[in-house]
Write a protein of this length. Sequence first.
Length: 354
Amino acid sequence: MKRVVEKFSLVSIIFVLISCSSSTVIKNENDLIIYPAPPEPTKIQYLTSFSTSSDVTGEESGLVEYVAGETQRADIIKPYGIAIYKGKLYVCDTILGGLEILDFVDKSFQYFQPKGFGQFKKPINCFKDNIGRLFVADAERAQIVVFDSLDNYLTAFGEDVLKKPTDVFVTDSLIYVSDLKGRDIEVFSHSDYSWVKSLPDENLGEKERVFQPTNIYVKQGRLYVSDFGDFRIKIYSTEGEFIDSVGSYGTGLGQFVRPKGIAVDDSLNLFVVDAGFENVQIFDKDGNLLMFFGGPYVKPGDMWLPAKVIIDYDNLKYFQKYVYEGFDLKYLIFVTNQYGPEKINVYGFVDEKK
């Protein structure tokens, strides 16, 4: 295991500042939930969470469902993958068999359960490309299901190659799909959805191959793979050449028990969800542990069987009101919880104002 960066002390990694407020605008220091704990400089502030339609609409009735002529509140049931695009958060719900769409622009909430060719069986992860198309990895259909920017069905692909797709990541030219049962990453063309290649290189050794790839991320020519079967994050070039790995099996700092979702920020810091530890660990670009946040659920900001983490730089204005006045918000961090009272936690990566 690589060394822990010294600027984050062991004490700051283990302890967090406790707060009793989860969904209201921060008024003073006593309401803050921050990581790491003082006296270390704050890097992450817990902002808010979403679990029901009323958390988005601001109305107790919420909207969405009609039973016997009455409006009922709609809940996020068991979220896994998420994607955000132009003020809308798309949530893959494995129990719903569809997606929840949280619209922060219109303050609305809806269930997305298309019929016909676009109907889902078990949507695990999703991705929005740069023109708004929605790509959904459906593990039971063994396909990637595609919708246009208005959420109309376009096509589905991959059934001849994929066995159990669990994540999808789209770049300008390629679509990367993790295949849990296929034990590899399948790559398709972004333009016509044709199969291109399999990654990583099939000639790699035992320590460099992937065993159970659950989640993926592509950044600056690197393919990051969360290998649930080897308790590591494997890093490859986008051509499939092995570069490095992060973590190992164990209960120590920087180790993993159940690694799931991953994300990489613009500084190449790696965020890794561990469903066993029920937290997110952060590593620098060289694989050194910086800190972690979350922990088994006791209070707001904690996690309960977390699955996915995403990073977002484009929708800060919808969450700025939750940021403490002494912080500058750099980007947002979303984490899904499959159980517990808070299904989607929202955090801010912050700098303290001078």
